[in-house]
Write a protein of this length. Sequence first.
Length: 149
Amino acid sequence: MRPMSGRVPQSRHQADTGAQRRDPSSGQSLLELALVLPLLLLILLGTIDLGRLYADYTDLKGAVREGAGYGAYRPTDSAGIRARVLNHGVPSGTTVSVSCLGSCNVAGGSATIVVQASSTFEPVALGFLSMMGLGSVNLSTEARMRVME
């Protein structure tokens, strides 16, 4: 006599219907993923754009400080101050304005050089939000330094 393997023999009918039975919640995970994935992608892309926005602002701020530092020793060289700001890695389309408070031509005076820069940040990842009025962001900053001439 052969030893039993522990399996209960099934009839042919039971084996066929068991293979066709489905779990009622088998598509639930796929549906949940389809509903949540757009929100997760929106959060991810928004985080990327916020990081880019912050990086552009810090580049702009550093460039304005560089221009004001140059202008503290050469306050009458407006073109040189603008060139220092624009060559310091600012976003494209940046506008720079230079002004002097006080008399910058007099040695030993108490003049202050003011360098201002502004730029427009365009989100790349969330560009479709411009249809809802949430598109570009205006960045502007200024730096003031006392003239050391």
